[in-house]
Write a protein that binds this ligand. Structure first.
Ligand SMILES: Cc1cc2nc3c(=O)[nH]c(=O)nc-3n(C[C@H](O)[C@H](O)[C@H](O)COP(=O)(O)OP(=O)(O)OC[C@H]3O[C@@H](n4cnc5c(N)ncnc54)[C@H](O)[C@@H]3O)c2cc1C
Length: 178
């Protein structure tokens, strides 16, 4: 197994073709992570939401982290992390340019508004639907990929799992239901 660092350009290329990410924001010491759709353009991730916990938390603390990945299997995956800051794009004349960019990017996808704008009932109360376009400025982007390597050929004396893992698995024994 080998984990390789992606170049910034490789990470950006992946972000440009990925759509689904996990957005992490924080209030005081409490982190909060939710799945979101995004569209990458020009060092920013653009998204659509309605006002709720994540928007309120990002308004109060705009520092966020977004994770996106393509996982084929435990030995074949790529992940990208964006450390950035949240900026809301109000529907006003002075924000018209950025607002149009967000709308143009997101509307390429069918029912792009749906996960954000779906009727939601929480604790018996219907959540108000106040639309918000936003972008996340990508301050730092990192990417990692694990590349699949040929299975070890024991007949040729090639090693399997590291000795440390083999030992700890032997000590732990089989997992039993409790
Ligand atoms: C594949 C996918 C794509 C999505 N894309 C978007 C998107 O582009 N834009 C968007 O706004 N939303 C999207 N959603 C929905 C999103 O994950 C949130 O559920 C939604 O945005 C509400 O978040 P909020 O912070 O406003 O929650 P609120 O409505 O304020 O939530 C209140 C409470 O509900 C719980 N909660 C909220 N969301 C979730 C969740 N997903 N899972 C479990 N518990 C939850 C939390 O405990 C939270 O404290 C997507 C969901 C999925 C599965």
């Amino acid at each position: 197994m080998m984990i390789q660092e992606l170049t910034r350009q490789e990470s950006v290329n992946l972000l440009a073709r990925m759509r689904l990410g996990r957005l992490a924001c924080a209030h005081e010491t409490q982190p909060y992570v939710v799945p979101i759709y995004f569209a990458y353009h020009n060092e920013c991730l653009y998204g659509f939401s309605t006002v709720g916990q994540k928007i309120e938390w990002m308004r109060a603390n705009p520092l966020v982290c977004v994770e996106a990945d393509e996982v084929v299997g435990p030995e074949h995956w790529v992940t990208v992390l964006v450390f950035g800051h949240y900026e809301e794009l109000p529907d006003t004349p002075e924000w018209a340019g950025a607002h149009t960019v967000a709308y143009t990017l997101l509307k390429q996808y069918a029912v792009w508004w749906e996960p954000a704008y779906a009727k939601t009932i929480l604790h018996g109360i219907q959540r108000p639907l106040v639309p918000v376009f936003y972008r996340i400025h990508c301050r730092r982007i990192t990417g990692l990929r694990q590349v699949r390597r040929r299975r070890p050929d024991r007949a040729r004396g090639e090693a399997g799992a590291p000795r440390l893992l083999r030992t700890s698995m032997a000590v732990a024994g089989p997992i039993e239901e409790t």
